[in-house]
Design a binder for this molecule. Structure first.
Ligand code: K7E
Ligand code: CUA
Length: 684
């Protein structure tokens, strides 16, 4: 990196790059950081300060200026982003973090898919997490494609205490393979990928219960039962397949899955859809929408109607209500082990009063529980209404055994009229619902490309005011989920809704044939809802998003010295500077390496072909942001070692040669010099 004479004198470039001279780490030479003010004397001199003139020159309306001012977050004032958004990364398999209202992307967290810049899945201990996330729990995996390295992530779930987000962990499910991952919000990194037993695919997850007792995840397409011959399985659908509602117990200290305390409730082989955990009045219940209760399986080249026709025949599908508190009581005595997890069989669930159904208008999608826990709002894609169920009515109906019938699996079906407290005609294609702090619901309208706002019932509204559409705002285009700030907790924050739009045709400069998704920030503080900004999401298709108040997140700047990113505990193999060494044990070469600006120590590793190298890397820096990379060409190795972090990598030196390892982060002015050699000599 060449310094101009002026930069060298002012120290600006050196400060920014963390120039290290003579082994002094992190010493910032000169001022740095104040460069723009310094060059302009603290006042704006190189741009016109006439806002109207600037707006005019750029073709902006006065309204645009107000929107810009409402959302702009200048450098150095990160606190102006009041909320974090955790967004599903869709079929990229990742998790995305944004700030609100700026809508700036803060991070893409590597979860189910290798992410080379984070060293995620490229040789480090994280490889074991990928391998551990591919099992036969949910069915055999193709031996020719043995490790699952992608996912279709749909629904992130932040951990909760008393029904409020607590900022400790976030979970995300894999719709494609029926898996779930856990991310620790101390370092915003994935700790666990779990292949949920008996789930080949999943949709009703993840949703945590109000005190993070469990995270819920259920099947999407039902799973082939153990031992059933697939040849005739479709024709005998009702006998061949089952759904599962899974309650993964969480370790209250670490947030990790505790499988021994976890269980599943067997469900009929309908296609279970979105779920939500009850809260307050409905605490102890989980609600799962469903479709294709017709159990259509397609066969459009075999003389059958296509799935979408067969699955839309009946006027009603079923909202599933699962009483997990009851299930918890009986699971010890009335479950069977199936693929490593306790399963409460369907007939037991019916007998014990764990599972009930209620009709929901055709092709329902979202099922969302209101802040008080009283209302469960269901959107029906082919019905212009949202249907609002009332837990008090549900409980009364269950007590009175007010059933209209039982389904063919014996599950009692509550009468629609005895559990539905209201319907609101919101518009075409209602999908998902969120809530604000004033008792209103907000539902996305996929077909209409709009967000509808309406009142719910008591206690916020009188009977006359209840269930009234009050506002609607167009969005661009084809909205799926939406999120209100903390809008699925017991204490929503109001303020904003974000519309997660699938299509963005004509909203952005052309980038070829594959367009970005479009997040639109909607202001809720005025009388009418108003779209403030568009943000292109240049990666996959986010589905659900959760928004948490920024001050709830207490993330680390640097790791406590020698922390293993996977265990989050200090590693016994971490070293302090000065303890670098190479130990040989048979054909294993253990290297204890320190990493700091601007060298690896040792910087030469000499082995014989076929020997196993175990690298213990410790970033001994304490300066925030002083991250180093570690890459080895031709070995597909890329790691990221943050300040304070210990990382381990193990590989067989099976290719002879001189390999120029190097640091992949431009960490200092002498970053380019931060390199070394792995010398692999011919076998002895
Ligand atoms: Cu509506 Cu998977 Cu939640 Cu997509 S789902 S939009
Ligand atoms: Cu360390 Cu570049």
């Amino acid at each position: 990196m060449a310094l101009t004479r002026r930069e060298f004198i002012s120290g600006t470039a050196a400060g920014a790059a963390g120039l290290v001279v003579g082994g002094v780490v992190g010493k910032v030479v000169g001022g740095g950081g104040e460069d723009s003010a310094a060059t302009t004397g603290g006042t704006v001199t190189n741009v016109s300060s006439d806002i109207t003139a600037i707006a005019e020159a750029r073709g902006l309306e006065p309204g645009d200026i107000a929107k810009a001012v409402k959302t702009f977050v200048p450098g150095g004032k990160p606190n102006l982003d009041e909320f974090y958004v955790f967004s599903s990364g869709g079929h990229s398999g990742q998790l995305m973090v944004m700030g609100v209202p700026s809508m700036r992307i803060l991070k893409i967290i590597g979860v189910f898919t290798p992410e080379s810049w984070q060293g995620w899945g490229y040789g480090s201990e994280s490889d074991a997490i990928f391998k551990g996330g591919t099992t036969t729990n949910g069915g055999a995996v193709s031996p020719s494609r043995p490790t699952l390295t992608w996912a279709d992530t749909h629904h992130p779930a932040l951990s909760e205490t008393n029904g409020e987000y607590d900022g400790r962990w976030v979970y995300i499910q894999d719709r494609a393979n029926g898996r779930i991952a856990m991310v620790d919000l101390r370092d915003f990194k994935t700790k666990q990928i779990y292949d949920v037993p008996n789930l080949q695919s999943s949709h009703g997850g993840c949703f945590v219960t109000p005190n993070s007792e469990y995270v819920h995840i259920s099947t999407k397409t039902p799973t082939l039962r153990p031992g059933v011959d697939p040849t005739t399985a479709l024709e005998n659908f009702a006998d061949s397949f089952r759904g599962y509602s899974t309650f993964l117990a969480l370790n209250p200290q670490t947030g990790r899955f505790d499988i021994d305390r976890s269980f599943q409730v067997e469900l009929p082989p309908y296609t279970q859809d979105l779920a939500d955990a009850g809260k307050l009045l409905s605490n102890g219940w989980v609600f799962i929408g469903s479709y294709n209760t017709e159990m259509a399986y397609g066969g459009n080249l075999e003389g059958n109607p296509p799935i979408e026709v067969g699955a839309s025949k009946a006027d009603f599908d079923y909202l599933h209500m699962v009483n997990w508190k009851k299930a918890e009581e009986v699971v010890g005595s009335r479950s069977v082990m199936q693929n490593g997890i306790r399963v409460i069989p369907l007939d037991v669930a019916v007998e014990e009063g764990i599972l009930y159904l209620a009709p929901e208008p055709r092709s329902p999608h979202g099922a969302d529980v209101s802040p008080s826990g009283r209302y469960i709002v269901v959107g029906g894609k082919l019905d212009p209404h949202v249907t609002i169920y009332d837990i008090e009515m549900i409980q009364k109906a269950i007590e009175a055994e007010d059933f209209e019938a039982r389904d063919q699996f014996g599950v009692p079906i509550l009468r629609f009229d005895s559990v539905v407290s209201g319907r609101v005609e919101v518009g075409a294609g209602p999908l998902h619902t969120q809530f604000d702090d004033k008792g209103y619901g907000y539902t996305s309208l996929f077909l209409e490309s709009a967000v509808a706002k309406y009142s719910l019932g008591a206690p916020d509204f009188s009977p006359e005011e209840s269930y009234k559409l009050v506002d609607k705002v167009p969005v661009h285009y084809n909205i799926g989920h939406l999120v209100a700030m903390e809008g699925d907790t017991v204490k929503p924050a109001g303020k904003y809704v974000i519309a997660l739009n699938k299509w963005s045709i004509d909203r952005y400069a052309g980038i070829g044939t594959l367009n970005p998704q479009n997040f639109q920030l909607v202001d809720l503080t005025g009388e009418k809802m108003e779209v403030l900004s568009d943000t292109p999401i240049g990666m996959a298709e986010p589905h659900y998003v959760q928004a948490i108040r920024a001050d709830r997140i207490k993330s680390w700047d640097v790791y406590p010295p020698g922390t293993d990113q996977i265990t989050m505990e200090p590693s016994t193999h971490a070293i302090a500077a000065g303890a670098e060494r190479i130990e040989r044990n048979g054909d294993t070469v253990e290297v204890y390496m320190s990493v700091q600006r601007s060298n690896f120590k040792p910087d030469i590793i000499r082995v014989k072909k076929g020997e196993r190298i175990v690298l213990h890397l410790t970033n001994v820096e304490v300066t925030p942001d002083a991250t180093h990379g570690f890459a080895v060409p031709r070995y597909n190795i890329s790691m990221s070692i943050d300040p304070g972090e210990y990382a381990r990598i193990e590989f067989v030196a099976d290719v002879e040669g001189a390999f120029a390892m190097y640091c992949t982060e431009f960490c200092s002015a002498l970053h380019l010099e931060m390199q070394g050699w792995i010398i692999v000599s011919p076998e002895a």
